[in-house]
Design a protein around this ligand. Structure first.
Ligand SMILES: Cc1cc2nc3c(=O)[nH]c(=O)nc-3n(C[C@H](O)[C@H](O)[C@H](O)COP(=O)(O)OP(=O)(O)OC[C@H]3O[C@@H](n4cnc5c(N)ncnc54)[C@H](O)[C@@H]3O)c2cc1C
Length: 426
């Protein structure tokens, strides 16, 4: 580790990895700080290795470093690399599926090859503005380390750095539930007696030994989780998961839910050998806080496909708000030809300088956030954040003052898709 950096990226998840690679490839001295022992965040540690969407309306709308990593992962494991054509007339989600172990290892390799330094098992304890940027106090296993940096990127998903800088956050009254990823086996998914299982589940829920959300997103239907072999099938109440206390409560509740579900299924005929092969080491968090940005993306703008003047990337995904208490999902697909964009202003906290946010906590209302939080837009925001941070560190200009033409030129050099480059009418 060096004694000072141009850019410190906090959080090595979906967005943060890409930011660290982009800033490093653009020549900045970069430190990437990650609280766990693995890069990839929700895509690896959270077990959601299903990036959506690089493609829309028959075009590649998100590319660059995120696509490079996903494409290399598919190639390493011998999976076909899809072409954008299959999305020409279909706005419904088509997730790619890839190996998260290979993806995590490629993230390490790509960050290091970009010349960026990597520090696992560390978190920021404090950030203070300094004459030439910031001083970050990092909590490492052996104590606090103070490191100066010109520009900070908050890619924690929870705006933890923004909060430490004393800047304003938006805390919704209610947040989407979390999900603990797992894999279940020991039964024949096609030999299930749906009706008997439904009845047994209703009795267990009435007796208080099971909660409906332990086994499904909607109602008391246990066959969803069984047929999906546990994949993205439960809901866990997870308020204030941006804090260590809230996160602790969510992890404990998620594993309690697994035990309730495990005990319930093993008592059912045909499921006596039911087992949970693995669970992820962290519950997957859909929503915590957002920053109060210089611009806030509303669902009206998102669903109208507004092209912001300072748009840094595209996003393409339906409104996808998971509801608490087994009420299912508020889901709305985008109208034909709609291609939303994400503005730089939504990545810059109000009243801040030298601080960029990338990932799910950018400034947006809850419905817009439920859509733009998915993995491909987070990767694209990460690349834009890395480009802006590198330019800002080099020129001394605040990210807000960088000419968009310079940001676009750097992004294009690194194969990102820049808003405006796609003409859907052509
Ligand atoms: C259950 C579930 C299902 C989903 N399904 C899909 C899907 O099918 N397809 C899709 O595209 N998207 C899906 N999403 C959404 C998507 O996965 C996430 O919104 C996205 O990955 C978030 O990216 P991020 O970079 O903002 O955060 P993350 O990927 O979570 O990264 C944040 C990183 O920061 C680290 N960190 C956090 N706090 C600190 C700190 N204080 N200091 C240092 N490091 C810190 C974390 O350990 C993590 O590595 C799903 C999400 C969930 C939870």
């Amino acid at each position: 580790m060096e004694s000072a950096y141009d850019v410190i990226v906090m959080g090595g998840g979906t967005a943060g990895v890409i930011a660290a690679v982009q800033a490093g490839r653009a020549g900045a001295r970069v430190l990437l700080v990650e609280k766990t022992g693995m890069l990839g965040g929700t895509m690896t540690v959270g077990g959601i290795n299903a990036p959506a969407h690089f493609f829309a309306w028959g075009r590649q709308v998100i590319g660059g470093i995120g696509w490079e990593l996903v494409r290399r992962t598919l190639e390493e494991t011998g999976q076909p690399v899809p072409e954008p054509d299959f999305t020409r007339d279909n706005p419904r989600p088509r997730h790619l599926s890839m190996d998260r172990t290979v993806f995590a290892a490629l993230c390490d390799e790509t960050v290091i090859d970009a010349g960026s330094d990597l520090l696992f098992h560390a978190m920021p304890a404090a950030v203070a503005s300094a004459e030439d940027g910031w001083t970050v106090s990092l909590c490492t296993k052996t104590g606090l380390r103070e490191i100066p940096a010109k520009v900070l990127i908050d890619a924690t998903g929870d705006a933890n750095t923004v909060a430490l800088a004393g800047l304003e956050l938006v805390r919704p009254d209610v947040v989407q539930p979390a999900t603990l990823q797992m894999h279940c086996s020991g039964y024949d998914p096609d030999g299930l007696d749906d009706e008997a299982l439904q009845q047994a589940a209703e009795q267990a829920i009435a007796a208080g030994t099971l909660q409906s959300t332990d086994i499904s997103w909607r109602g008391h239907d246990p066959t969803g989780l069984l047929r999906k072999q546990g994949n993205n099938a439960n809901h866990v109440w997870a308020p204030q998961a941006e804090t260590s206390e809230g996160r602790t409560a969510a992890e404990i509740e998620a594993r309690r839910a697994v035990m309730r579900m495990h005990r319930f299924f093993r008592r059912q005929p045909g499921l006596e050998q039911f087992r949970v092969d693995w669970i992820c080491s962290e519950v997957g968090i859909r929503e915590t806080v957002t920053i109060r940005g210089k611009t806030t993306i509303t669902h009206q703008d998102y669903e109208a496909g507004r092209h912001y003047e300072d748009a840094v990337c595209y996003a393409f995904y339906p409104i996808d708000e998971h509801l608490n208490h087994g009420q299912g999902i508020n889901f709305r697909i985008l109208q034909e030809g709609v291609l939303p964009t994400i503005p730089r202003g939504a990545m810059l906290p109000a009243d801040s300088r030298g601080l960029i946010v990338a990932g799910r906590c950018v400034s947006s209302d809850r419905e817009a956030n439920s859509a733009l939080r998915v993995e491909c837009p987070c990767m694209a925001m990460g690349q834009a954040a890395g480009a802006m941070a590198a330019l800002s560190a080099r020129t001394g200009q605040d990210p807000e003052d960088l000419p968009m033409a310079d940001v676009y030129a750097l992004l294009r050099r690194h194969e990102a898709v820049v808003p405006g480059d796609i003409d859907l009418t052509a």
